[in-house]
Write a new protein. Structure first.
Length: 127
């Protein structure tokens, strides 16, 4: 199967280190993203909910660019720097994107490379 890179409008392809998304057949793999506001190039805020909301918004841009949507997401993987402390805040944001029929999900604790980032989220969706 051919691999197609998915790059949302407004993304600077020349500075990309990874593909925002990769389509293979009827599946879309969306790279992990932190809660960075792409317009400012900075974290959306200091707390889990602002960063989680921005990370999910960033993922949504890739879904849209690929012609997919939130209702076609089948798996979400989330990494939290402070898993026990921030799990409830992450759940509150997650439920706003998946109010019903949620996808499978894994949430684990771990370091994130970006300074100040509290969360990184990746997903798999169908097309």
């Amino acid at each position: 199967m051919d691999k197609q890179l998915i790059i949302p409008e407004g993304t600077n392809a020349e500075t990309m280190v990874i593909a925002p998304g990769v389509r293979v057949g009827d599946l879309l793999y969306v790279s992990g993203t932190a809660g960075v506001d792409p317009a400012r190039g900075k974290l959306a805020g200091p707390d889990i909910e602002s960063q989680a909301r921005q990370a999910m918004t960033n993922l949504g841009r890739v879904l849209e660019a690929a012609g997919s949507s939130w209702d076609k997401v089948v798996k979400v993987n989330c990494f939290l720097v402070y898993a026990k402390r921030d799990f409830a805040g992450w759940n509150r944001v997650f439920k706003t994107f998946f109010p019903e029929n949620p996808p499978a999900r894994t949430t684990v604790g771990g370091d994130i490379a970006m300074e100040g980032a509290l969360i990184e989220v990746e997903l798999i969706a169908t097309l």
